[in-house]
Ligand binder design. Structure first.
Ligand code: C5P
Length: 422
C-alpha cells in the first residue's frame, strides 16, 4: 500500500530544500501532502509544493473550503507519518506546549501518527535553553529528530549547529519510520567493501577498479533492515552510508585485522575486491629511475583471504557468510568452485567484463550460487540488488536459527527425573 506523509513546512530559508525532499519522496513511491505555515509562504509558494505533490496544499485553519473538503483532524490522520521541515524554533515551541492557533499546530496536536522533526534555525536559537527545553520535551513525547547539522548558515555567513538535515537524510529517516517490521533488528552485520591498496612505495600502490558502490549499498540496506552494521571499507570516493559504523582501511591485511576486531557477527558479507597479492616489500622511499638500470621487478606475495578466514573461523564463524565472485568468464562455474573452496554459504556471482559496465557502474546482474543451486536475478540497480540480497540473507538467517533450534540436543548421561518434594 502506498505510504503517505504529511509534510508541515515551517517558515525558514531551508523551506526550499523541502521541494527536493518532496521530489525524492515521490520518486520512492511515497505520497506527500503539505501543510504550510504563514511564515513558510514567505519563502516558497504553495503553488510550488502543490505542483510537486500533485495535491492541495493546506494553509489555513479557518478555510471553509478545506474544512468542508477534508478537515484538519482527517488531514492529521490520513498520513502514516507527520514530518516537520524546516522545524523552526517557533514551531517546536508551539508543539512542545500544545499550542494549536494555526493549521500546523492543530494538525500536530490532533495527530495519532509518529512525528519526525528536521530542525533548522540560527545556531544561537538552537542552543538557547528555551529551545533545548522544548526539544527535550518533544523527545520525551516521542517526537523523533533528524539533524540539525553543523555548517554555514544561509544568513550572514554565520556557522554552527542549526542547518537543516539534507533531503536525503530526512528521506532516510522517513523511510526508517514508515517501513514495516525490521527483519535484522538486533543482528550484527559485517560488510567489506571497496578495493584495497597495496603499497609499492610511499606514493605507488597496486589497486583495482572497485568503486565500493555495491558493498556500500548492501551496508545501507542492512542498516535499513534494522541491523547494527560495521562496514570495513577500502579507499573509495563515495559517501559513507547513514546509520553504519565505517572502519576505513587501505590494505588487505588492515581489512582482515578490522574484520577480526568486529567479530562476533551474525552475518558477514564480503563485497570488497581485495587484492590477491601485494608487493613483498614496501620501499621506505619513492623508487627512482636513474635512466641507466633496468626497470625494477615486483615480487608479489599472497594476501590473507578474509572471506575464507571468516567462513572457516573455528570459534566465531558468523551464522551466514556471503562472498562475491567477480568474474570475466564462465561466471557460474567459477562461483561454484569458489563456494566450495572458501567454505561460505552463498556466492553472489557477477560478470565484471569491461563491456558489462558493472565495475564502477550503478547496475548489476547477479547469480546467487549456493550448495542447493543457482538463482539468477535480472539486471537491476545496485541498491535494489542490495535490498533483495539483505532480504534473502535475513530469511536464511531465520531458517538457520530454526534448524538449530530443531536439532536434537547432544546426548549426555541419562537424566533420571525425580519428583520434587515441593
Ligand atoms: O578469491 P576471489 O578474490 O576470487 O574471491 C572473491 C571473494 O572473496 C569476495 O567475496 C572477496 O571479498 C573475498 N576475498 C577476500 N579476501 C581476499 C580475496 C577475496 O575476502 N584476499
Amino acid at each position: 500500500m502506498t505510504k503517505r506523509i504529511l509534510l508541515i513546512v515551517g517558515g525558514g530559508i531551508a523551506a526550499y530544500k523541502c521541494l527536493e525532499l518532496v521530489r525524492r519522496a515521490r520518486d520512492k513511491g511515497i505520497a506527500v501532502r503539505c501543510v504550510m505555515t504563514a511564515a513558510a509562504q514567505q519563502f516558497v509558494t504553495p503553488l510550488s509544493f502543490g505542483s510537486l505533490t500533485n495535491d492541495t496544499v493546506y494553509t489555513d485553519l479557518f478555510s471553509l473550503n478545506d474544512e468542508a473538503e477534508i478537515g484538519h483532524i482527517r488531514l492529521s490522520r490520513e498520513a502514516d507519518l507527520a514530518v516537520i521541515a524546516p522545524a523552526t524554533a517557533d514551531l517546536l515551541a508551539k508543539l512542545a506546549n500544545g499550542v494549536a492557533d494555526s493549521l500546523a499546530g492543530a494538525v500536530l496536536l490532533a495527530t495519532d501518527k509518529p512525528v519526525l522533526a528536521a530542525p533548522a534555525m540560527n545556531p544561537r536559537m538552537w542552543s538557547h535553553p528555551a529551545t533545548k527545553r522544548n526539544v527535550a520535551q518533544l523527545a520525551a513525547d516521542g517526537v523523533r529528530f533528524v539533524g540539525p547539522n553543523s555548517g554555514e548558515m544561509a544568513e550572514s555567513g554565520e556557522a554552527g549547529e542549526g542547518r537543516m538535515a539534507e533531503p536525503a537524510e530526512i528521506l532516510a529517516a522517513i523511510e526508517d519510520m514508515i517501513s514495516g517490521p525490521k527483519p535484522l533488528a538486533g543482528k550484527r552485520v559485517l560488510i567489506t567493501s571497496g578495493p584495497t591498496h597495496e603499497p609499492i612505495d610511499p606514493v605507488r600502490y597496486i589497486a583495482n577498479r572497485s568503486s565500493g558502490k555495491q558493498g556500500h549499498a548492501i551496508a545501507a540496506a542492512a542498516a535499513a533492515a534494522g541491523a547494527e552494521v560495521t562496514l570495513v571499507s577500502g579507499p573509495v570516493t563515495i559517501p559513507d552510508p547513514a546509520g553504519v559504523t565505517v572502519v576505513p582501511v587501505e590494505t588487505a591485511r588492515q581489512m582482515l585485522a578490522a574484520v577480526e576486531e568486529t567479530l562476533p557477527a551474525d552475518i558477514a558479507i564480503c563485497a570488497a575486491a581485495v587484492a590477491d597479492w601485494r608487493p613483498d616489500t614496501e620501499g621506505a622511499q619513492k623508487m627512482k629511475k636513474d635512466g641507466t638500470s633496468a626497470a625494477p621487478g615486483l615480487t608479489l606475495v599472497e594476501n590473507p583471504d578474509i572471506l575464507r578466514t571468516l567462513a572457516q573461523h573455528h570459534t566465531l564463524r558468523p551464522a551466514i557468510v556471503v562472498g562475491f565472485a567477480a568474474e570475466t568468464e564462465t561466471v557460474i562455474d567459477h562461483a561454484k568452485a569458489k563456494l566450495a573452496r572458501k567454505g561460505c554459504d552463498l556466492i553472489v556471482a557477477n560478470d565484471v567484463s569491461h563491456s558489462t559496465g558493472v565495475m564502477g557502474g550503478d547496475r548489476n546482474s547477479v547469480h546467487l550460487v549456493t550448495p542447493d543451486g543457482v538463482e539468477s536475478w535480472e539486471d537491476m540497480d545496485k541498491t535494489e540488488v542490495a535490498r533483495r540480497l539483505v532480504a534473502h540473507v535475513a530469511a536464511n538467517l531465520e531458517g538457520h536459527h530454526k534448524k538449530k533450534a530443531a536439532k536434537p540436543r547432544r546426548k549426555g548421561p541419562k537424566k533420571t527425573t525425580t519428583k520434587s518434594s515441593r
